[in-house]
Write a protein that binds this ligand. Structure first.
Ligand SMILES: [Zn+2]
Length: 432
């Protein structure tokens, strides 16, 4: 029972502590954010009464010696902010905190994009590589959180799928001894795209050399990943709710009104929400999409003009903040290459990821635009004015257009066909 440990540890440690230590702990506890406290609460609620009584008798059995070991474990666990970058994943974080005390050889993080798998993986790696189990302050923690620790190997794809060459490289890396301590972590990204590289990796993931821990990130578990998945401890990440994205943005210092609009545009993805929050042009782009139905007049000439304009809007969308982040990563890589050499620096992986992020940004923006258009017609339906049949058809048409995006259509053709189909929505029905 993996959850059995923490309850009994906490209790016996608490009984053992001097008043002095207790007051230190109390102030540490007060320091924690409301977010982490709710994480702990939900973890506690998850445990059944049955498990607790087992823990109690186990605790009574233990020697004083064991109890002092527990105390130091509990002190390590109180690391205040290791998982601060991960929002709304209380269950996953509680599982990872428990797992860090006695890690197995492989973990599979399953969840949609933007749900915090990557941040959680860095924090988990820190807790495995830190001599104090994740103090969030030492060199090992700092390096692991930034994904720069020499014993945290991040493997990202350089093509549309995980290639056989990459699989070979993963096997090689996993077999090397750790550079600094007794452990190394291999972080494998985008494994829903593992395809035919999977069989090559099964053996090493199933039985890696002692000290090697795999953390595998995937958006879903496709058939080719099922066998690997069965050899891993699975940790699930969920899509954040609108209010959770709002809350995270408020904590970042975004104002309430803007936080709601950004959360609408981010569709549960905190990474995208944070990018939009750093983008001064976001509100202007939202207005362009929102005003669009009011500009339609049923003519092809107007549609052609609007499609041109939207193309320009998409060209500029949130590129500045993304490029600023990419530039910072490039500079960071240059510094590391200067110090440690090009080998293993992951330049190609980084460049490929930047390319993917730029493409994805554009699709995300288009998706956001379609959702904003749809909101206009929904508002018209809610207002109960004008041609209700036409508004209803428009909502359906926009839904179909959003679904078509997964097939990577030509953006201009999609917008042209869409705008020719959409009914003009006079601003007297719904103010833009
Ligand atoms: Zn540390």
């Amino acid at each position: 029972m993996s959850d059995g440990g923490p309850v009994s540890e906490d209790r016996s440690a608490a009984e053992d502590r001097s008043a002095n230590e207790e007051s230190e702990d109390r102030s540490a506890a007060e320091d924690r954010s409301a977010n982490e406290e709710s994480e702990d609460r939900s973890a506690a609620e998850d445990r059944s009464a049955d498990e607790e009584s087992e823990d109690r008798s186990a605790a009574e059995d233990r020697s004083a010696n064991e109890q002092s070991e527990d105390r130091s474990a509990a002190e390590h666990r109180s690391a205040p902010t290791l998982y601060d970058g991960v929002r709304g994943q209380e269950r996953a974080v509680a599982q990872l905190r428990a797992a860090a005390r006695a890690p197995v050889h492989a973990y599979l993080f399953v969840g949609p994009p933007g749900s915090g798998k990557r941040s959680a993986a860095h924090a988990f790696a820190a807790s495995l590589l830190c001599p104090d189990g994740g103090c969030n302050a030492c060199r090992a923690c700092t390096l692991a959180l930034a994904a720069h620790h020499p014993d945290l190997i991040v493997v990202e794809r350089t093509g549309p799928f995980i290639s056989v060459d990459q699989a070979r490289e993963i096997v090689r890396q996993a077999s090397l001894s750790p550079v600094e301590g007794g452990r190394k972590v291999l972080l494998l990204v985008d494994f829903h795209l593992v395809q035919n590289a999977a069989p090559m990796l099964l053996k090493i993931i199933e039985e890696p050399p002692a000290g090697t821990v795999f953390v595998i990130l995937t958006e879903q578990v496709p058939p080719e990943l099922v066998t690997i998945a069965s050899r891993c401890v699975r940790i699930d990440f969920r899509t954040l709710r609108h209010d959770e994205v709002v809350e995270a943005l408020l904590a970042d210092g975004v104002d309430l009104h803007q936080a709601h609009e950004i959360a609408d545009a981010a569709a549960g993805r905190l990474d995208r929400a944070r990018l939009l929050a750093s983008d001064p042009e976001f509100e202007a782009r939202r207005r362009v999409w929102r005003a669009l139905p009011g500009e339609l007049d049923g003519t092809g000439a107007t549609v052609a003009r609007l499609v041109d304009h939207l193309g320009a809007v998409l060209d500029s969308a949130a590129m500045a903040p993304l490029e600023a982040r990419h530039a910072a990563e490039v500079a960071d890589l240059a510094e590391r290459v200067e110090r440690y050499g090009e080998r293993g620096a992951g330049r190609r992986q980084m460049e490929e990821r930047h390319k993917r992020e730029r493409r994805r940004l554009r699709t995300d923006e288009l998706r956001f635009g379609l959702a904003t258009l749809q909101a206009g017609y929904r508002d018209a339906l809610a207002a109960g004015q004008g041609d209700m049949q036409a508004w209803l058809a428009a909502v359906d048409r926009l839904h179909a257009a959003a679904e078509a995006l997964v097939r990577n259509p030509s953006e201009a053709l999609l917008l042209q066909a869409l705008l020719l189909d959409l009914p003009p929505l006079p601003t007297e029905v719904v103010p833009a």
